[in-house]
Ligand binder design. Structure first.
Ligand SMILES: Cc1cc2nc3c(=O)[nH]c(=O)nc-3n(C[C@H](O)[C@H](O)[C@H](O)COP(=O)(O)OP(=O)(O)OC[C@H]3O[C@@H](n4cnc5c(N)ncnc54)[C@H](O)[C@@H]3O)c2cc1C
Length: 381
């Protein structure tokens, strides 16, 4: 494993961090407070090329390899304080665009990828249901064949981007008895009769990323809206989750880096008992623990990316990176609040928001407990 970045990769990092600092931090506190989705910032991020990072140039992407993409997303997290915006962009990239690139027909790729990558359209991925969360393949949304068409009925919950989405990737079963093998994936446009979306679900963090419930009531779609083959939905879901799990938290490496810089500055400036608080070992060691956690998370992330770049599945390494990164992000945000004392608890400093946002990372793309199950399975337990 080579730990050095090329000049081009470093330049990409610098340009994304500086773009994000200048262009993506408008009104973050207000947007979070009111739960406002910043559609204009989404468009700016897309125009800068964020949504196209690892995707083919023919659809508007820049065809970066996975390690460069992870490094670029780290830069985004360093520069942009709106974790909800970053989360929504990632959800679309890994759970909507990736499956279309891998499993879509030429017509589907041409119809959807340029619109999604350019930011003109927003995509949502609906797998989770009220009674099928961690046990995702137990879903009950049904697709029944009528001639060569399909009629879908069911409810999806916690669907990120749904309230603003133009395209929905929906997983449904055509045969519950067949479990994983009975699932089929569909690409359904907004406005299709029978598809409706609830108003945004209020939540603790990532409040600028709207999440909704998607209801399918006799929603009829044609064969050209099926993604991949009948019964291939489980494989499509697993494929996109591997990429999502590996990449969705890369931005938190940048977020944690920024938090440590903020904490270090604060610990040098803030004085109590006639001394900078950073001179108290309890405070400096807390920041040291944050730094060690960040560097451990960074190594796990890039190792997982490196293995995947070599064509390896790396299921255990991806699960370890996701587990450790998400837990480190929560602990580092808690520590950042503690270093700032009462000021860290206030909304104005923005650190309490980072904690609320980080908690989501322990849940989406498979909870921490599920990552441990995957690691245990890989160990043969
Ligand atoms: C911010 C956010 C965004 C999301 N975005 C999307 C999206 O865009 N599309 C989508 O389809 N879904 C999305 N989800 C849903 C997410 O994938 C699920 O919340 C997650 O898989 C857990 O399912 P659940 O909430 O039903 O919890 P449950 O599965 O009911 O789990 C409850 C608790 O039991 C534990 N548990 C369950 N099974 C086991 C087990 N076998 N071993 C040990 N512990 C277990 C869990 O770890 C958890 O602690 C999102 C969720 C969040 C929080």
């Amino acid at each position: 494993m080579d730990f050095s970045w090329s000049d081009e990769q470093l330049e990409l990092y610098r340009s994304i961090a500086s773009f994000a600092q200048k262009e993506l931090n408008d009104h973050t506190v207000e947007h979070d407070h009111a739960g406002i989705f910043p559609r204009d910032l989404w468009r700016k991020a897309a125009e800068f090329g964020i949504l196209g990072l690892p995707f083919p140039e023919e659809y508007g992407g820049s065809g970066q390899d996975i390690l460069t993409t992870l490094f670029a997303l780290e830069a985004l997290g360093y520069g942009c304080r709106d974790n909800g915006l970053i989360f929504g962009l990632n959800a679309q990239m890994w759970a909507v665009q990736t499956p279309i690139v891998r499993y879509g027909s030429d017509a589907q790729k041409q119809a959807y990828l340029p619109k999604l990558i350019s930011g003109a359209w927003i995509g949502a991925h609906g797998m989770t249901e009220p009674d099928a969360g961690s046990d995702a393949f137990a879903l009950s949304t049904a697709a029944v064949k009528r001639g060569d068409r399909y009629v879908l009925n069911g409810t999806k919950i916690f669907t990120s981007n749904a309230p603003t989405a133009d395209l929905f990737l929906i997983f449904a079963t055509m045969n519950r008895k067949r479990g994983f093998m009975g699932i089929t994936a569909f690409l359904i446009d907004k406005g299709t009769p029978g598809l409706s979306v609830s108003k945004p679900i209020e939540k603790m963090g990532l409040r600028t990323s709207p999440m909704g419930e998607v209801v399918l009531e006799n929603c009829e779609v044609g064969p050209d809206q099926r993604l991949g083959r009948e019964g291939n939905g489980g494989t499509i879901f697993k494929h996109s989750m591997m990429w999502e799990r590996c990449s969705i938290l890369a931005s938190y490496v940048g977020t944690m880096q920024r938090q440590i810089e903020v904490c270090t500055r604060y610990a040098k400036e803030r004085r109590q008992f006639d001394s900078p608080i950073g001179a108290f070992q309890a405070v400096s060691h807390r920041i040291v623990d944050m730094k060690v956690r960040l560097e451990s998370a960074r190594l796990l992330l890039y190792r997982a990316g490196w293995l995947r770049a070599r064509g390896e599945e790396a299921g255990m390494e991806v699960a370890m990176a996701k587990l450790y990164l998400s837990e480190a992000a929560v602990q580092n945000a808690l520590d950042a609040i503690q270093v700032h004392g009462g000021y860290g608890y206030t909304t104005e400093f923005g650190i309490e928001r980072e904690l609320r946002d980080a908690v989501g990372g322990r849940l989406y793309s498979g909870t921490s407990e599920i990552q441990k199950e995957l690691i245990a399975g890989a160990l043969g337990l």
